[in-house]
Ligand binder design. Structure first.
Ligand SMILES: C[S@@+](CC[C@H](N)C(=O)[O-])C[C@H]1O[C@@H](n2cnc3c(N)ncnc32)[C@H](O)[C@@H]1O
Length: 254
């Protein structure tokens, strides 16, 4: 990875891992699962085996498993994967998890479907890394396999959608996030301040995340070079094409 694309202070998804599920309590993962199935239906694609790329703590990976898919998850963050493994043990779900980087992962199996949701791939800020990721996905798909992922758009970054806060004393984890988007590099740096109270003491930690905006044309080119021949895009959570004001775009490539 190009060093200038990823500042040394980036420490994403490490300290926050134990609190991730609390932060995500309102996230409609079940709805996202049904949306992926709706996209597959629309495209006339079928899947029994799924790889959740950048699976985090496995919230979507688990839903695939519960719904009868043979489910695998990988994520670069060891603490996120550890949490995912622990949850699979607790729920007795047969999911295979491994800590791996999406841009160079290697698994000994192929899949009917690879998904990567919640703008995870925007975290691959080096375009070469993203294209390598697409190549690895292609290499891990069965011949009739499908790749579905979403990306935040540049519009989302200019709208400062990462600037969020919850400082309510009653919240189990409080946070203040501020973002800075640089149009030239197309990098958005998000400084995430968190506060948690444990054993009566308040603890603070900071994570710096970085995401890159990729245009649809750029992504389609990368997918093509990685060997995908068809790609359709959708305004997030709809079956309609994206617009100039889409803050999230879904890609379905095969
Ligand atoms: C916003 S979280 C989404 C997690 C999960 N997809 C979900 O919907 O809850 C982004 C995830 O991408 C992972 N990630 C970032 N860069 C990655 C990389 N290069 N390879 C694999 N995972 C990565 C992070 O560790 C984090 O768990």
């Amino acid at each position: 990875m190009n060093d200038s694309a990823r500042p040394s202070e980036v420490n994403a998804f490490q300290q926050v891992a134990p609190y991730y599920d609390t932060l995500m309590q309102g996230i409609p993962y079940i709805w996202w699962f049904h949306y992926v199935e709706a996209l597959m239906d629309k495209l006339g694609r079928k899947a029994d085996t799924v790889l959740d790329l950048c699976c985090g703590t496995g919230n979507l990976t688990q839903l695939f498993a519960i719904n009868g898919y043979q489910s695998t998850g990988i994520d670069v963050s060891e603490p996120m994967i550890e949490r995912a493994k622990q949850k699979a043990l607790e729920t007795d779900l047969p999911i295979y998890y491994e800590a791996q980087d999406a841009s160079q992962f290697e698994l000994d199996r192929r899949f009917d479907l690879v998904v990567s949701l919640f703008d995870s791939l925007n975290n691959l800020t080096d375009p070469d890394a993203l294209e390598n990721c697409f190549r690895q996905v292609k290499a891990h798909l069965n011949p009739e396999g499908t790749f579905i992922f979403d990306l935040n758009t540049e519009y989302a970054f200019t709208q400062k959608m990462f600037d969020q806060k919850d400082r309510k004393p009653s919240s189990p984890i409080r946070y203040l996030w501020t973002s800075r988007y640089d149009k030239k590099s197309r990098l958005c740096q998000i400084t995430m301040n968190f506060w948690v109270t444990e054993d009566g003491e308040e603890k603070q930690f900071v994570e710096i995340h970085q995401q890159r905006a990729y245009s649809e044309t750029e992504v389609q080119g990368m997918l093509q070079r990685a060997g995908f021949t068809r790609c359709q895009t959708f305004n997030a959570y709809t079956l309609k094409p994206p617009t100039r004001r889409s803050d999230r775009v879904f890609y379905a490539a095969y």
